[in-house]
Design a binder for this molecule. Structure first.
Ligand SMILES: [Zn+2]
Length: 438
């Protein structure tokens, strides 16, 4: 009798542990202290804000936090993903879930996660927007605190284009009515200083009927060393708009124009010239690295003002999506997507050093786990790790027929989900982490 009881108890205990793991509630296995200087993480900030996958990530010494409806933690060592919620029996679907805090623009600093979001609160059964604000939570997503306001009037930003704020070395940089401001973390918004004012007339900010010109400022903010950098479509002396980079020194409160995205006359033709924007750029030290479709990888020297072509595209790397780090440029040939096809076992990631040397080709064989892979979004490179999301599933042929007059139609329906992967650049080992539906 006794001999039987023990295995049964052990079995029940194991079953309990399993069901706890499955529902996700209970004790959180996240290091209590993870470092983090609060410096702008360049390699975590190159994500397109599109529908595939994940748009905001921050790195700590032990892992990564990211947002995908919930706040998740990805452990570097264990290569495991957990929803950041320690509430017992929580299924992470209700508003009081710790992980359900809608965190955009994440950064980690001194054992806290900071994030920015529009602060909606229910007042008399109505959702009221109290404006964009900075919040902080502990590393286990408890202890939610309001840190500061990023709108002079709550919900008063009339910018048609939304640009992401950043944090770098003590300052929050944010946009309100097209004007870029710098504010010390936690400071009263009235103390914010103007970094750049593109001079959009006040009536265009009033919230009334506004004729869009297509030249409304769209900012990309960046941090490196003691300076903040930003790229914005700015009017040039000849009246045209081109993407232009400025640097800002918060100590001196000085803004300086440092680079205008080149024309084809300067660097040669490229595949998709969008508003005079390079396909992807990355600033570190005194160099701006960028990639041009059907052209190559380039470096612009901010000191000398000279261009240097580092690598030519090949047949396989003609049109690609890239992510950079301080060590590498990774390039994913995105030809399957532009042609409406799927990735195959031959699909690969191409790794270049920042001096333009070709390092290696990494196979994407096995991505999708047997499903068709319709799209891949590179997330980041950190050390030897590359993270990406695959849009995987099935495409089925829908209806097709004729509308008459020689016009035919066909439709396809897409049933896909996002699969998150880590790839070890050194060993080539591919780890499937988790998948997201809806
Ligand atoms: Zn929860």
């Amino acid at each position: 009798m006794k001999a039987l009881k023990r295995p049964l108890a052990a079995f029940l205990a194991a079953l309990m542990a399993l069901s706890l793991a499955a529902c996700g509630g209970g004790k959180l296995d996240i290091p209590a202290s993870q470092g983090g200087s609060g410096d702008f993480q360049k390699n975590m900030h190159q994500l397109e804000k599109d529908l595939i996958g994940i748009s905001y990530i921050t790195e700590t010494d032990t892992g990564f936090y990211f947002e995908r409806t919930l706040l998740y933690y990805l452990d570097k060592e264990k290569k495991q993903v957990t929803a950041v919620c320690a509430k017992p029996d929580c299924d992470h679907t209700t508003a009081d879930c710790n992980a359900r805090i809608g965190p955009n623009n994440l950064w980690a600093m001194e054992d806290k996660i900071y994030f920015i979001k529009d602060d909606y609160q229910m007042v008399n059964g109505r959702d009221v927007n109290n404006g964009r604000r900075v919040f902080s939570v502990n590393l286990d997503a408890t202890g939610l605190k309001r840190v500061q306001d990023l709108e002079f009037e709550p919900d008063g930003d009339r910018s048609i284009t939304r640009s992401d704020p950043i944090y770098h070395r003590g300052y929050v940089y944010f946009i309100y009515n097209y004007i870029l401001y710098a504010s010390p973390l936690g400071a009263d918004i009235e103390k914010a200083k103007v970094v750049y004012d593109p001079g959009i007339p006040v009536e265009a900010q009033s919230g009334g009927l506004v004729q869009m010109t297509g030249n409304e400022p769209r900012y990309t903010l960046w941090g490196d060393g003691d300076h903040m950098y930003f790229m914005v479509n700015a009017q040039q002396s000849d009246g045209t708009y081109r993407y232009t980079m400025f640097s800002y020194d918060p100590e001196e409160n000085e803004t300086e124009k440092i680079w205008v995205v080149p024309t084809a006359d300067e660097v040669g033709h490229w595949g998709y010239e969008r508003y005079g924007m390079v396909d992807q750029w990355y600033l570190t030290g005194k160099s701006v690295y960028f990639f041009l479709s059907a052209n190559g990888m380039w470096r612009y020297d901010l000191d000398s003002g000279k261009y240097e072509k580092l690598a030519d595209t090949t047949d396989k790397t003609m049109y690609g999506k890239t992510v950079f780090s301080d060590d590498y440029m990774l390039l994913l040939n995105d030809d399957p997507e532009t042609s409406g096809g799927t990735y195959t076992d031959d699909s690969a990631l191409y790794v270049y050093g920042l001096d333009g040397t070709f390092v290696k080709e990494l196979s994407l064989k096995g991505v999708g786990g047997g499903n068709a892979v319709l799209g891949i979004k590179l997330l980041f490179n950190s050390g030897d790790l590359v993270a990406f999301v695959a849009d995987a599933g099935t495409m089925s042929e829908g209806e097709s027929g004729s509308l008459g007059g020689g016009v035919s139609f066909s439709s396809t329906s897409k049933n896909t989900h996002d699969m998150l992967y880590l790839l070890d650049m050194e060993t080539g080992e591919l780890t499937f982490l988790t998948e997201f539906y809806g």
